[in-house]
Design a protein around this ligand. Sequence first.
Ligand SMILES: NC(=O)c1ccc[n+]([C@@H]2O[C@H](COP(=O)([O-])OP(=O)(O)OC[C@H]3O[C@@H](n4cnc5c(N)ncnc54)[C@H](OP(=O)(O)O)[C@@H]3O)[C@@H](O)[C@H]2O)c1
Length: 242
Amino acid sequence: MKSAVIIGATSGIGRELSFELSRRGYKLGITGRRTPLLEEIRDSMNTECHIAEMDVTKTDEAREMLLKLIRKMGGADIIILNAGISGNRHDVVWEDSKKVIDTNVSGFTALADTAWNYFLSENKPGHIVGISSVAALVPNGGNSIYNASKAFVSRYMEGLQVKARKRNLPILLTDIKPGFIYTPMTESRKGMFWVSTVEKAVQQIADAIEKRRYRAFITKRWRMIGWLSRILPTSLFRKFAP
Ligand SMILES: NC(=O)c1ccc[n+]([C@@H]2O[C@H](COP(=O)([O-])OP(=O)(O)OC[C@H]3O[C@@H](n4cnc5c(N)ncnc54)[C@H](OP(=O)(O)O)[C@@H]3O)[C@@H](O)[C@H]2O)c1
């Protein structure tokens, strides 16, 4: 039985992905700050599921907690780094920006590094999945800190991909870039387009993981934005950015 850890599984994409992977027969380890929600998910799973309360912004504790959870599970094949928050859409406020950096950048990196070293120390094939965003590719006047944090996630994943290939390590990195998906994060968001249900999105995420893709746009039509971001001049994106 394959096993996967999902960091940030109490709501939205992480929650639905837990159910999708359980349906596909995975043993799971799920985390988040809201333990009652983790318990509820665990109790409605058909496959073995372990839980760990974890705040990714408390990086030292979170790293220890991840290794403890993996030990409880008897090992992990896939570690999915999904925890993330959005930023302040209107004002530029350091306290808000710091929260995004602490979660989406420091929390992400602390756990990506821990996952990488776990697979290295076990000397076994491993798979790290980072949930980035299409936002990584384009500027955003409204929520610049969020887009910048996701650009960090994608570029870091790319770097680890290169490192794994150059050193011939059996660690696979998958960079997932969702567009808009209906979740608690986007509940009050206006002006969204090509919005996907979370159910459809997690099916495509699970497929990308099982097909061992290096990167995937969710849903697939967002590939077009990826392609346009490569061929159009940045000045155009700056002009039409939200
Ligand atoms: N929805 C979209 O349209 C969309 C598009 C592109 C990318 N994404 C990305 O997809 C990921 C999931 O987003 P979502 O839409 O599913 O949002 P969500 O429903 O708000 O879920 C966010 C998850 O992250 C966890 N989390 C947040 N801060 C945390 C912290 N400090 N420590 C531990 N866990 C934390 C939350 O758990 P607790 O609150 O229990 O800790 C929750 O399980 C995020 O990385 C987001 O940036 C979303």
